[in-house]
Design a binder for this molecule. Structure first.
Ligand code: IPM
Ligand code: MG
Length: 360
């Protein structure tokens, strides 16, 4: 029996995860779920955003279905207790170093993009972001009295950007292997012109590439990549980068598709365990209103079936059902446009379930 840890989290997290679980159940697969608190919800109940019991559940499960964490009301808490620490802690403790963030522009939503339709029609980029290294986790970090330079003696804060060779190698293999299954092109995004860490990144990626002669490798500086993403996004196939640049570029790429409410993500470790979550956040402004778009979470559940639970056919069925509800013109508020039918979170989930049943 496969086990899925269900961590809905905060804000709209509980609403959208409920719909994804409903969709999973409609497939009649042999899995069990166990739910636990995470993020602000866990802080309220247990005084910590990632309680030991939640971490243990996640570690022992085959996969984690995650909603979202965070709320402005926790901004004043000390960093270690903020909801975001839950997701960072899960990434670190489960060693989820490989983050897949597809940015796909669905035909029906081409006009929801902020770019001209011809620039995004048919867009299908896969962002692969390294997720457990870089300046996000590098030590040392902190506050101190500036030891040198023109501001010596003044208070300062610092973080450490670093990547080790094996860290870069393992994620580079993931990127090249993923590219092999699609457009066979990897754009490795760095800042080698300024940062030692990313000159090393570029060198190691180039070395690993020697094992993948069938895949094209291109290097691009991050500032240029940010520009190319809005200039000619369809030129990318696999956009591959480190933790920090990947955080920024994946939000940019998501918006090209019209709605971040549509985009799933997967974060995997070397054992095939994964955490699956929508690319968007907890949206406290619309929480509890039943209007959030559950499709990103439902599509994340599909990625979970594919990557961690070895259920490719079921994953494909969910993806087909989602396309079909869009074709039926059902839209949550975030992707609504004139002439389509506006539905709430639950109705959208129900519609996906109905399409699954209709597939027979
Ligand atoms: C993301 C988020 C997280 C990150 C935050 C919530 C810590 O922005 O998954 O992209 O910066 O990685
Ligand atoms: Mg982000």
């Amino acid at each position: 029996m496969m086990k899925i840890a269900v961590l809905p989290g905060d804000g709209i997290g509980t609403e959208i995860v409920a719909e994804a679980v409903k969709v999973l159940r409609a497939l009649d697969l042999p899995f069990e779920t166990e739910e636990a608190l995470v993020g602000g919800a866990a802080y309220e109940a247990h005084g910590h955003p990632l309680p030991d019991a939640t971490l243990k559940l996640a570690q022992e499960a085959d996969a984690v279905l995650f909603g979202a964490v965070g709320d402005w009301k926790y901004d004043k808490l000390e960093r270690a207790l903020r909801p975001e620490q839950a997701i960072l802690g899960l990434r670190k403790h489960l060693e989820l170093f490989a983050n897949f963030r597809p940015a796909i522009c669905y035909e029906e939503l081409t006009h929801a993009s902020s770019l001209k339709p011809e620039l995004v029609a048919g867009l299908d980029i896969l962002i692969i972001r390294e997720l457990t290294g870089d300046i996000y986790f590098g030590q040392p970090r902190g506050r101190r009295t500036s030891p040198d330079g023109p501001f010596a003696g003044q208070p300062e804060a610092f973080d450490t950007m670093r990547y080790s060779r094996p860290e870069i190698e393992r994620i580079a293999h993931v990127a090249f292997q993923a590219a092999r299954k699609r457009g066979k092109k990897v754009t490795s995004v760095d800042k080698a012109n300024v940062l030692e860490t990313f000159q090393f990144w570029k060198d190691v990626v180039t070395e690993v590439h020697a094992q993948y002669p069938d895949v094209e490798l291109e290097h691009m500086y991050v500032d240029n990549a940010a520009m190319q993403l809005v200039k000619a996004p369809k030129k990318f196939d696999v956009l591959f980068t480190g933790n920090m640049f990947g955080d920024i570029l994946s939000d940019e790429a998501a918006m090209l598709t019209g709605s971040i409410g549509m985009l799933p993500s997967a974060s995997l470790n070397a054992r095939g365990q994964g955490l699956y979550e929508p690319s968007h956040g907890s949206a406290p402004d619309i929480a509890g209103k039943g209007v959030a778009n559950p499709l990103a979470t439902i599509l994340s559940a599909a990625m979970m079936l594919r990557f961690s639970l070895n259920q490719e056919a079921a994953a494909a069925r969910i993806e087909a059902a989602v396309k079909s509800v869009l074709a039926q013109n059902l839209r949550t508020a975030d992707i609504y446009s004139e002439g389509t039918t506006k539905v709430g979170t639950k109705e959208m989930g129900d519609a996906v379930v109905a399409r699954l049943k209709a597939q027979g």
